[in-house]
Ligand binder design. Structure first.
Ligand SMILES: Nc1nc2c(ncn2[C@@H]2O[C@H](COP(=O)(O)OP(=O)(O)OP(=O)(O)O)[C@@H](O)[C@H]2O)c(=O)[nH]1
Length: 296
């Protein structure tokens, strides 16, 4: 069991998807895309890797949504064999420091210095890596430094080999072909949320969310599956609703189309997807609402 932790936007979900070999956690340029603990499974030969992706640890806003996200992170690092602590290569700031403080004593850590491809002069990274090593030593923590790019398949394969050394010998938890413990219904809401964030860019606040109202598989008349999904995009203000719908409904249509195509591939089914947009002001500050929208 391996937890993937780090501040928002360092590439945790990108790394998880690469490690698992299939997209199971959504990613975007927007920070705070991941909202839930997502388990990804990869079985290679005799070894089963169970990865837990976590939301980026929040340090700025203390609202109910962020408190819930941070609880998810804390829960994930407690009981694992190994932690992948993801940072951006060459950088370590206050937000990274906060994550470091969460790490349980005694659990081995790989410091993943991600986005190595963005560093022009690799030699310049050496003093930074040394400084990182010292930082861990001062805490009495064991850590191995692993500079890599989550977007480079060779780096990801090498990382799997490094992780393997830390895993105990025990029975597998999942069958060989399982990739995630999350349901298709959950993945559907995540994929709609990813398209929503990607197609609205920085204009839409991260407090928008997606709730699945209906997820029904039609009894098969033919060999292929047919799934009917209705989802509501929840936003904070009327202005955001207009932004999501777009000119003559163009943007909402595009969100629906891209999400449907990806879901059809993922579920190997014909998908009928219906999208609605609703305004619910202040939901991210309201504990009960945060829970009712599926956050722990
Ligand atoms: N250049 C480069 N970009 C990367 C790499 N890994 C991830 N990214 C980009 O970094 C951005 C954030 O990636 P995510 O995987 O969504 O990051 P995250 O840490 O899961 O983010 P949160 O959900 O906010 O916690 C995306 O635009 C990725 O494409 C990498 O190795 N190199």
């Amino acid at each position: 069991m391996i937890a993937i932790v780090g501040k928002p936007n360092v590439g945790k979900s990108t790394l998880l998807n690469a490690l698992v070999g299939q997209k199971i956690s959504i990613t975007s340029r927007k920070a705070q895309t991941t909202r839930h603990r997502i388990t990804g499974i990869r079985t290679v030969g005799p070894t089963q890797f169970v990865f837990a992706d976590t939301p980026g640890f929040q340090t700025r806003h203390g609202n109910a949504l962020n408190r819930s996200l941070n609880k998810t992170v804390q829960g994930a690092v407690g009981d694992v064999d190994l932690v992948l602590f993801v940072v951006e290569a060459g950088s370590f700031n206050q937000a990274d420091e906060q994550v470091l403080k969460l790490l349980a004593q005694g659990v081995p850590v790989l410091l993943i210095a991600n986005k190595l491809d963005t560093i022009k002069h690799r030699a310049e990274l050496a003093p930074w890596l040394q400084e990182m090593q010292h930082r861990f030593e001062r805490l009495g923590a064991k850590a191995e430094m692993v500079p890599l790019s989550a977007k480079n398949p060779k780096d990801v394969e090498r990382l799997l080999g490094l992780c393997e050394k830390y895993l105990p010998e025990q029975d597998w938890w999942y069958s060989e072909d399982e990739l995630t413990d999350r349901s298709e219904k959950f993945l559907a809401s995540e994929i709609v949320r990813e398209k929503l964030f990607r197609l609205t860019g920085d204009e839409l606040p991260y407090t928008s969310t997606v709730v699945i109202d209906k997820f029904e598989e039609e009894p098969g008349k033919t060999a292929s599956r047919f799934v009917k999904i209705a989802a509501t995009i929840i936003v904070e203000r009327d202005g955001h609703k207009a932004m999501v719908i777009g000119d003559k409904g163009e943007r909402l249509k595009r969100i629906g189309m891209e999400a449907r195509q990806e879901l059809e591939k993922l579920m190997d089914a014909k998908v009928f997807l219906e999208l609605w947009v609703k305004v619910r002001s202040g939901w991210a500050d309201d504990e009960a609402r945060v829970r009712s929208f599926g956050y722990e």
